[in-house]
Write a protein that binds this ligand. Structure first.
Ligand code: SF4
Ligand code: SF4
Length: 68
């Protein structure tokens, strides 16, 4: 559980491929609608970057990344 680390989608870059949502085993993203939304940020695993690595658009950054 992480309330200091969760993905943030840049919708200017996101193409709605849902690779992130399909990849994440923790249900952080919604899978309905045109593009995923971060609906369960507390389920994100702190310092995991799995969805960022898999995103073909480099559209995912993290709340908490680079913050103190
Ligand atoms: S993997 Fe990237 S481009 Fe695809 S839906 Fe997720 S954020 Fe959007
Ligand atoms: S960082 Fe990891 S746990 Fe968090 S949403 Fe992405 S794949 Fe899921």
């Amino acid at each position: 559980m992480a309330n200091n680390w969760f993905p943030v989608i840049d919708y200017e870059k996101c193409v709605g491929c849902f690779a992130c949502a399909n990849f994440c085993p923790h249900g952080v993203f919604s899978t309905d609608g045109d593009k995923p939304e971060v609906v369960n940020p507390l389920a994100c695993v702190e310092f995991c970057r799995g969805c960022q690595k898999i995103c073909p658009q480099d559209a995912i950054s993290y709340y908490g990344d680079g913050q103190k």
